[in-house]
Write a protein that binds this ligand. Structure first.
Ligand code: HEC
Length: 148
């Protein structure tokens, strides 16, 4: 039997340290499992702020935006995402439920910044804001579909 409180105090400290450590692990796990942005969106969406997501398409009521976006899509996007936007090789389809749920702001952000580390280029320097919004209008006009 130990008469001094030394051992108990030491193990108390150790216990507190272990609790603190597991609390850190737990909060890290929670942070990973609850992304700030809609859970239905893919990994890149976690880089967006709520303001980016909520950005409205200034060309929403411009009937020339979709055809202009279609043309730009053919020039800049089709080689990777396919002329039908159903994806090609490791390049994802843009006609998924996820993309249908994505806001215009989400898509504008992706077209602007890209995900270089995953092979998606950003078009901030290659296309004007209006051109990127035209592409967003076009992508949002597409129906959800499966590759045949
Ligand atoms: C060099 C090939 C390439 C080009 C060109 C390209 N993309 Fe991508 N794109 C990718 C890849 C690869 C991904 C997947 C990135 C990832 O996994 O995070 C992607 C992802 C996306 C996504 C997100 C899709 C999802 O479900 O996560 C959107 C939206 C998108 N691209 C739109 C476009 C548009 C619009 C253009 C034309 C302005 C374009 N891309 C041009 C390769 C390309």
């Amino acid at each position: 039997m130990e008469s001094s409180g030394g051992h108990a105090a030491r193990s108390g400290r150790r216990l507190r340290a272990q609790l603190a450590a597991s609390f850190l692990v737990l909060s890290a796990a929670l942070a990973l499992s609850t992304p700030a942005v809609a859970a239905s969106l893919p990994g890149w969406a976690k880089h967006l702020s709520a303001a980016d997501s909520a950005l409205a398409n200034p060309l929403a009521n411009d009937t020339t935006a979709i055809p202009a976006g279609q043309k730009l899509y053919g020039e800049k996007c089709a080689r990777c995402h396919g002329a039908d936007a159903l994806g090609k090789g490791h390049h994802p389809s843009l006609r998924t439920e996820q993309m249908h749920d994505a806001t215009p702001g989400d898509i504008f952000w992706m077209v602007t910044h890209g995900a270089h580390w995953r092979g998606m280029p950003g078009f901030a320097k290659k296309l004007t804001d209006s051109q990127r919004w035209q592409i967003v209008s076009y992508v949002k006009s597409l129906s959800v579909a499966e590759k045949k």
